[in-house]
Design a protein around this ligand. Sequence first.
Ligand SMILES: [Mg+2]
Length: 211
Amino acid sequence: MLVNWEGIRAFFQTVKRPRTLLPHVKFPSFTNVPVGISSHLSNAYCRPVDIRGIVLDKDDCITVPNKNEIPNENLEKLRELQKKFGKSHILLVSNSIGSKKQDPTGEDAAHFEARWEIPVLRHSKLKPLCEQEVWDYFQRSTQIQHPSQLLFIGDRLLTDSTMANRMGAWSLWLYVGVQENSSWMNKLEGKLYQTFQPMGPILPQMNEKDK
Ligand SMILES: [Mg+2]
């Protein structure tokens, strides 16, 4: 089992500021994500939202953990989102494939990219600490100008949602994911969510006048 020490360190930083783990919106699974996510968030928070890029988690989000098959219904949703946002604007960021620790040669990432036609980030730091590597990708490959134009989709509050908030992006939590049975981590995150949810999430700031 991969022990994410960087993630554990980030967890203690999060304890000091628990709103960092709160998502802005939650859905049971990937197929429930609306393609019109900007208007969904805009209505929910009564402010303009302009999502132009997506950071997508892999394990228990679009595939079963540590497997590389994308079930048909998730693939259909992925294609719908790619059609709306553009293929280069949806980046897969996983702590398994593409990470230096789990996939040092990048072979798994390259295979996944070629098979499913989705860019996979190669990163040296694990989530939630690879925000600079994520941002470098969007700077290099798209016209996206600000992290508030990004949406993170993932099943983990302590990695996916925390990284979105550290970056000043939007966070969408898949609280069921691909597998129905929940691990101790899912249960812990469910409890954390219930405890801190009344504080409300940190809202991404587009510019000074939004603050
Ligand atoms: Mg995951």
